[in-house]
Design a protein around this ligand. Structure first.
Ligand code: NAP
Ligand code: MG
Length: 493
């Protein structure tokens, strides 16, 4: 059978013009999963051309009709949920329970975004003149460039592309090099759902050969990026010079705050899930716990015991609780930070690769906990993006909030307490885009805005009731039906 994994440009499945390819592998086993086009700027140019042509007619398709295609896509994804989840676990390692959740976000987002097709509300307001009508309407912008990471390889493209398309834009999509197959499934779903040719174009390849040309291409007006702060800020600088709109979702260093009146069993469950779910590779993962000094030792012991007991393995095995890291580079980063952490705190769990038996074939690292770490220690401040947790003693909620807000990131935070007054104080004072009370730092729902402050983002929010903001312009429209010239600010005095 010929290789099915090709770029999707103008409704056709095509190889890179250069003919070059790269390989996709399973991080749990090392198995080769497929060969994908290693595209270049010339392929991006083809995709932008197709998207520009398609935009001329797609923007004129009534939004409720565009939405019907999204509903159909949602139904196809729902029918294929299990197949997609299995493919995702094979491709990037997280457990089946988690990949099912990732696909479910795609379904939820398809229905939510499709609903916008019958809303897309604008605003009417009275004119200051008689016999004159005034309103403002959302309009699409043009061609959107979507650049996505590997950790939510179905959900994140859904958050970006579904709102962009329902609003009437067309798109060029570059997925992460570690998860090309999920992007291929995503495009196939939309092809089957009946999306017109050229509305969604998929170009596989590296950040420098495909991502960068997308940012630079004058035919692309909006860039929606999720990934590291380093790459995001570089994109922001370049796009800023070119006058493009950019929506950025970047790194995190998310804290769970545990006060001395908290339910420690509940806090332990939540911390273990937030810190080690997706092997710590969630942008909202809990990577530090700011815990009241009176309960620090008790909580640290509970968390370390649970971390040690977590079962590592291939995410396709139902007994597995923690899958591999996505690639060897991620393992090296974790190793580097654990070496640093050994000098900064007490290692109470993990601290090494897991290599026995079948684990030796994959990128496995033991869930790692450092207790009694200073708030300014590197493992308590820098994003590691792996299964490493730092626990820091605090004396009060106020001190914890201060430490939380001093982070260069501001995505998610959580508070455990039974005191409603302190809960409301924290909800007001924690300067993150997402705040949880008596719940860990992960678990966003698609119908609420998603994103963060400071180094995490640049003021945009994905999903939720804000989903259309990055992908639409406001157009103000005045209709004068008086039959004579009425000059605003002049003739009404
Ligand atoms: P990354 O290296 O920044 O990659 C993200 C995407 O950008 C990938 O598609 C990558 O392509 C591409 N890229 C790399 N260099 C580029 C360039 N010069 N120009 C344009 N595109 C370029 O991030 P990652 O390591 O894959 O993902 C982990 C990071 O994402 C973490 O920092 C995490 O916190 C963050 N993240 C944030 C959120 C959020 O919503 N806030 C969600 C998930 C992840 P290649 O894959 O081909 O290199
Ligand atoms: Mg892979």
């Amino acid at each position: 059978m010929s290789n099915p994994y090709l770029n999707f440009i103008g409704g056709r499945w095509v190889p890179a013009r250069s003919g070059r390819t790269f390989f996709n592998t399973n991080p749990a086993t090392g198995e080769m999963l497929g060969e994908f086009p290693a595209s270049g700027p010339e392929d991006v140019a083809d995709a932008v051309e197709a998207a520009r042509i398609a935009y001329r007619s797609w923007r004129l398709v009534p939004a409720p009709k565009r939405a019907e295609i999204l509903y159909r896509a949602g139904e196809i994804i729902r029918d294929r949920k299990e197949e997609l989840a299995r493919a995702m676990t094979r491709e990037m390692g997280k457990t089946l329970a988690e990949t099912r959740g990732d696909v479910q976000e795609g379904i939820d987002m398809a229905y939510l975004a499709a609903g916008e097709g019958r809303r897309l509300y604008g605003v009417t307001t009275p004119s200051e003149m008689p016999n004159k009508w005034a309103m403002s309407a959302r309009v699409p912008i043009g061609v959107v460039g979507a650049i996505t990471p590997w950790n939510f390889p179905f959900a994140i493209p859904s958050w970006k592309l579904m709102p962009a398309l329902v609003a009437g834009n067309t798109a060029v999509f570059k997925p992460a090099g570690d998860t090309p197959e999920m992007a291929w499934h995503f495009a196939r779903v939309f092809e089957e759902a009946g999306l017109p040719s050229g509305v969604l174009n998929l170009v596989f390849g590296s950040g420098s050969q495909v991502g960068d040309p997308i940012v630079a291409h004058p035919g692309i007006q909006v860039i929606s990026f999720t990934g590291s702060t380093e790459v995001g800020l570089a994109i922001n600088a370049q796009a800023g010079r070119l006058g493009k709109r950019v929506s950025l979702e970047m790194g995190g260093k998310n804290a769970v705050i545990v006060l001395d009146d908290a339910d420690l069993a509940l806090a332990t469950d939540a911390i273990v899930w937030s810190a080690f779910g997706t092997t710590g590779q969630r942008c909202t993962a809990c990577s530090r716990v700011l815990v009241h000094e009176r309960v620090h030792d008790d909580l640290a012991q509970r968390v370390a015991e649970r971390a040690k007991a977590l079962r590592l393995g291939d995410g396709l095995d139902p007994a597995t609780e923690v899958g591999p890291l996505v690639n060897g580079r991620q393992v090296e980063t974790v190793e580097r930070y654990v070496a640093i952490g050994r000098a900064e705190g007490a290692l109470t769990a993990g601290g090494e690769r897991a290599t026995q038996g079948a684990l030796g074939r994959g990128h496995f690292y033991r869930p790692t906990v450092f207790a009694d770490v200073r708030a300014d220690a590197r493992v308590a401040v820098e994003e590691i993006f792996g299964p490493v947790l730092a626990m820091v003693k605090v004396k009060s909620l106020e001190e914890a909030v201060e430490i939380n807000n001093a982070s260069m990131y501001g995505l998610s935070s959580a508070l455990f307490t039974r005191d409603v007054n302190r809960a409301f104080q924290a909800m007001r004072d924690l300067e993150t885009g997402i705040v949880y009370v008596n719940h860990g730092t992960t678990g966003a729902e698609t119908h609420l805005p998603f994103g963060g402050t400071r180094g995490t983002g640049n003021g945009h929010r994905e999903a939720g009731h804000t989903m259309l903001d990055p992908f639409t312009e406001w157009k103000s429209i005045y209709v004068d039906f008086s039959g004579h010239l009425q000059r605003a600010q002049i003739d009404n005095n």
